[in-house]
Design a protein around this ligand. Structure first.
Ligand code: HEM
Length: 412
């Protein structure tokens, strides 16, 4: 049995805060408040019987994120402690990619991603986003009503990634529908996972055979010499890390803009930039709410708590925004430096600038095409998907004057 200093809190017999309960999706900040009341590190459950340390204090979070001698990203020792059918394994299981690697293996994988995304020029990405918005407005514009999650944010990310992968738009529906089934987590989740795997495997097989001017081809030709199998895993990670969180950042920001006349009335005049709303979201409802997952390499005393091996240490980005616990900011506007929503240290999000460009361009373009978006529900009646990791709206229904896709802002 491991001994620990008597002045350190050992949670093994405490009742955890249950992040898998329905109430968490409805009011996460109540749960974060309960965790903060326990100190810089609280005791939570990610699924029934799956405990975790939740880090809710900025200083403690930075200590985790920057100390890769104490904290590892490798979940394999933890995996042996959870049942094979645990619902969190899909998000937390080890794979040979940058997110689950430490040290030299991590640097090797991560550098390939940084290099290939570095070759995507901002003007090129902007053009791809504009094309995707135009396509989607072509679909929803004539209807005069839409769900901005299922009809806009998610298919937009499928179109943009599919395009970066060098595939025709016809393939993006395949990507959207397979990831959609997976994210819903319902009866069709494993079918969705299999379809998604088939999409990526077909893509890498095609690019191994014949290169194109696209991300997978650049990964295959990278001097780090990744095997096709390793490229497959980096593409899985890119899509997994990028698709859901970015679609959620987009729809969470749209809901904040549409629910606040201060934003929406000035959006087309440019008085209040979209980026302000994005930053508010990164503070109050950041999309990757609890997905900075680390493991101590040996038992250690940390900010008053005794951390044990093979128990996840989760940096709660959702609890960390400077103003996360309250909507009113006393007249001060939260700024981009005072949240940690992109992570920090060796695993910090390598694609932050691309993501911000996608989200701001998509919103600006959409509101040019459809300038009178009117939310069907007040913001407080919108529903959020359950689960500990993501902050994700189930739907964002809107009405607007029907438009054609050929003339922005012009009624049909
Ligand atoms: C195009 C969209 C995106 C892509 C391709 C992407 C890709 C990645 C990748 C590959 C990693 C792992 C890096 C590593 O382990 O070295 C990562 C980490 C991370 N990303 Fe992103 N990301 C995207 C969007 C987002 C969004 C929207 C957020 C949330 C605001 C986000 C937050 C994070 C965080 C917090 C981490 C670090 C997690 C940790 O502490 O382990 N990312 N991202």
């Amino acid at each position: 049995m491991t001994t620990h200093p008597p002045d350190r809190l050992d949670f093994s017999h405490s009742a955890p805060v249950r992040l898998w309960e329905d109430g968490f999706a409805a009011d996460p900040h109540r749960y974060y408040g309960a965790l903060r009341a326990q100190g810089p590190v609280g005791w939570a459950e990610l699924a029934p019987g799956v405990p975790a340390y939740l880090v809710t204090d900025r200083r403690a979070a930075l200590d985790v994120l920057h100390d890769d001698e104490t904290f590892s990203h490798d979940p394999r020792a933890w995996e042996e402690t959870v049942p094979a059918d645990s619902p969190v394994l899909g998000m937390m299981r080890w794979r040979p990619n940058a997110l689950f690697a430490d040290g030299a293996a991590h640097v090797r994988y991560r550098s390939t991603l940084i290099d290939v995304f570095g070759l995507v020029e901002p003007h090129d990405l902007r053009a791809r986003v504009h094309r995707a918005v135009r396509l989607l407005v072509g679909r929803i514009g004539p209807r005069g009503e839409a769900d901005l999650v299922g009809d806009f944010a998610e298919p937009l990310m499928a179109l943009v990634f599919n395009d970066l992968f060098g595939l025709p738009d016809s393939q993006s529906d395949r990507l959207h529908s397979s990831i959609g089934k997976m994210l819903d987590g319902g009866a069709q989740a494993s079918e969705g996972e299999a379809e998604y795997a088939r999409y990526v495997l077909d893509l890498i097989a095609a690019r191994t055979e014949r290169r194109g001017d696209d991300l997978p081809s650049r990964l295959l030709d990278h001097p780090a010499g990744l095997t096709p199998e390793e490229v497959t895993w980096q593409v899985f990670l890119t899509l997994g890390a990028g698709y859901g969180p970015t679609a959620n950042l987009l729809s969470n920001t749209l809901s904040r803009i549409l629910g606040n006349p201060l934003y929406y009335s000035t959006l087309t005049s440019g008085a209040r930039p979209v980026m302000d709303a994005v930053v508010e979201v990164l503070h109050h409802e950041t999309p990757l709410a609890n997905y900075g997952i680390y493991y101590v390499r040996r038992p250690v005393a940390f900010h008053g708590v005794w951390l044990r091996e093979a128990v996840p240490v989760v940096v709660s980005y959702g609890a960390l925004g400077l103003f996360a616990e309250r909507e009113v900011t006393d007249g001060r506007h939260p700024n981009d430096a005072s949240h940690l929503s992109w992570g920090a240290g060796p695993h910090a999000c390598p694609v932050k600038q691309h993501t911000l460009l996608i989200v701001t361009e998509a919103i600006e373009r959409l509101t040019q095409w459809l300038p009178d978006l009117d939310p069907v529900l007040p913001r407080e009646r919108l529903a959020w998907r359950p689960g500990p990791f993501n902050r994700s709206l189930t739907a964002l229904p809107v009405r607007f004057s029907p438009r054609g896709a050929d003339r922005p802002g012009e009624p049909q």
